[in-house]
Design a protein around this ligand. Sequence first.
Ligand code: GRF
Length: 215
Amino acid sequence: MAEPAAPPGRVALAVLISGRGSNMAAIARAAAAPDYPARIVLVAADRRHAPGLEIARTLGLPTTVVPHRDFATRQAFEEALDGVLRAARAELVALAGFLRVLTPWFVGRWRGRILNIHPSLLPRHPGLNPHARAIDAGDSESGCTVHEVTEGVDAGPILAQARVPVLPDDTPERLAARVLAEEHRLYPLAIADFVRHRLQRAGPREEPPRGALAL
Ligand code: GRF
């Protein structure tokens, strides 16, 4: 039997990115501490030129690319993604600026083991352009939310939130920068909390039968 990728007590975490990768880097910085309860076993991108891949390599993290354009169907792409996650023996998946919406098949296979960060105070402004929408709606505050991934877009159970003010002269870019600083603080904390309170109690992930649609 193959050795587990993470030492006992530290959950094997895969981070999925599509772009810049600043949240991935924040998680990696936190995970460098010896008492952090997770260890990054893989950074996977769905595009070859995601800038975050280079950052991950610089940090000495294992990287891989599963280019979504190479696959004819979403299911084929997700089967490949599932394959690299299983090969890395990932036990928890953190989406960090990952721009694919995952199908019920994938979510079912990783149920209770996929987290996402979204830059709004969910349930307000799920989906695209949350900063512009917060400003247009006249919101006095915005922020970020770490949640479990379920079938609905940005709709899973909320694990943690951080708040920032929306200022009178805000542009979406300025608000995004203020929220992003909070994302970098919140996501590593929320992952650690989730691991300590949920996963370490749940024990190792059991592999769902191949091809089974977990409902
Ligand atoms: C972050 O704002 C995250 O909340 C959203 O996409 C952005 C990704 O930024 N889902 P980065 O790639 O982590 O720098």
